[in-house]
Design a protein around this ligand. Structure first.
Ligand code: 13P
Length: 340
């Protein structure tokens, strides 16, 4: 393990005003996104779409510190034969790779899941390093509903995240540690706080037990928000106050940065909430690691047509710029409207 290299990569991922593009949708998830815009999902259409993102140099060079790829994409070449990884590197961004194999039902715990993918992971990480990956992602999923999450599901997922993180660091790959408490459901903001606190405390205990080097990870959590079906709106100031209070209680300051997931929030909310969190001046670098909140707009603008590539790239650059400003606590609704 090269701690110096790991710390440097982790810091680069959360450098001021830069954040992560999560473009690691599995083939079934990207097929759902493509169906919504009337595009057939094929290896070629997936390549064309991702190539247009990685060639959007305005967005990539200025605002995107790293890109999380799916196994298919890290091996794909652009139309002119250039590996997609090279496009990302040329834009000054760091290639990353999703290495978990998805959340599967946890036996004995109805409605709960355990993320799989530890078997053979050391070998896969070695291959991915050779393909250019310098960071990785593993997503644990915790759902809130009547009677769940259970302690058993939280413990099992925390241990898997810690095993993954230790294996990544051994391969000189920075682990993005993603314990996602889902925003679906009708729970309150307080309930999200309580569950997220239990999850984060358990995850950091597991990371400690497995001797994970905290200066060489990036945490990718949910924000503290009320469930989407709760009908209880929360202002960015309320979300930021709860989120920052939680992290101050549960996350060591040695962690170089927190890169939030968007989790199904609207583009506007994901940006406004990140801005409010950054304005609260937490003791970590905070930024975005957004999938949907960076890609919904360019996907719609593209709609599978070559003639729309420039418009899609502009839509991506716009969201990337707004989220970059938010990560610095310098975004405003006026700027959003002026730039639209
Ligand atoms: P969203 O921002 O769409 O939640 O995706 C981020 C991600 O990578 C989830 O694992």
């Amino acid at each position: 393990m090269n701690q110096h290299q790991l710390a440097e990569t982790a810091q680069a991922l959360v450098a001021p005003g830069r954040g992560i593009l999560a473009a690691d949708e599995s083939s079934s998830t990207i097929a759902k996104r493509f169906t919504a815009i009337g595009v057939e999902s094929t290896a070629e259409s997936r390549r064309d779409y991702r190539e247009l993102l990685f060639r959007a140099t305005n967005a990539m060079q200025r605002y995107i510190s790293g890109v999380i790829l799916y196994d298919e994409t890290i091996r794909q070449k652009a139309v002119d034969g250039t590996p997609l990884v090279t496009l990302i590197e040329k834009a000054g961004s760091i290639p990353g790779i999703k290495v978990d194999l998805g959340a599967k039902p946890l036996p004995g715990f109805p409605g709960e899941t355990i993320t799989e993918g530890l078997d053979g992971l050391a070998g896969r990480l070695k291959d991915y390093y050779g393909l250019g990956a310098r960071f990785a992602k593993w997503r644990a999923v915790i759902d809130i509903a009547e009677g769940i999450p259970s302690r058993g599901a939280i413990l099992a997922n925390a241990e898997a995240l810690a095993r993954y993180a230790a294996l990544c660091q051994e391969a000189n790959i920075v682990p993005i540690v993603e314990p996602e408490v889902l925003m679906d459901g009708n729970h309150s903001l307080d309930r999200c706080y309580e569950v997220s606190e239990a999850v984060l405390r358990t995850v950091f205990a597991a990371l400690y037990d497995l001797r994970v080097f905290l200066e060489g990870i990036v945490l990718k959590p949910n924000m503290v928000v009320p469930g989407m079906k709760s009908g209880q709106p929360a202002s960015p100031a309320e979300v930021a106050a709860a989120t920052v209070r939680l992290f101050k209680n549960a996350v060591p300051v040695a962690v170089p940065g927190i890169a939030f997931l968007s989790g199904g929030q609207s583009d506007f909310d994901a940006t406004a909430n990140l801005d409010a969190i950054a304005r609260a001046a937490p003791p970590w670098a905070v930024t975005f690691s957004y999938g949907r909140a960076l890609q919904a707009a360019p996907q719609k603008a593209w709609s599978g047509k070559a003639a729309n590539v420039a418009a899609a790239q502009a839509a991506f650059a716009h969201r990337a710029q707004m989220n970059s400003l938010a990560a610095l606590g310098q975004w405003s609704e006026t700027l959003e409207k002026a730039a639209a």
